[in-house]
Write a protein that binds this ligand. Sequence first.
Ligand code: SF4
Ligand code: SF4
Length: 201
Amino acid sequence: MAELFAVRNLRLCTKDCLCLYVCPTGATDTENSIIDREKCIGCGRCAAACPSGAISMVPKEMPPQQPKSDQVIDALRVLIQSKNQAELVASQLPGPLAEAIRRSCRLMAEDLCREAGYMLPQSGNTRALLEHLSATEACAKELADSLLSSLSFNEPAPAAAAPVEKWRCTVCGYLHEGPLPDDFHCPRCGQPASVFVRVEE
Ligand code: SF4
Ligand code: SF4
């Protein structure tokens, strides 16, 4: 079984300090809210004691990213696009419920991106993204380098792929990646391929 350590969700923590008193190593600090990874032995007592469900036990080493078939990834992409479309529709409606739906659609689209295999910690894709940020984004370099040195990646960064064509819908701004067939229609606003312009990078 993977070695575990405890993490605290600050939004759920009610600071009653039960975790502080059950921890055998003094790893949980309710003053600064940080659980010390160096001291945590992964016993799970804090998570079991916490009345708010604020502590989770997570593996120190993530499993390698599982390969997904093109069919599954294509299905996830279609679902992501449908969430994008729903987000756009909700953003044009008034009221707090519409705003809640807009945010919910965004969240689900982000989860689907993770499911599609692009954002797993310790994966090769994450490593490639951090290396790219370190090399190209001055403001993100320090953070990217720090993550690169502290994460134990379990697979190499994938070989750099050939540049992908990108097309922008001039009506709604939707960004399409890959070849643009003549019969293509914008999944957001339904406009034909003729309204798309190529994005030069
Ligand atoms: S037991 Fe849970 S709610 Fe209480 S201080 Fe610890 S993390 Fe926060
Ligand atoms: S898992 Fe155990 S050692 Fe780690 S913080 Fe919780 S109680 Fe302390």
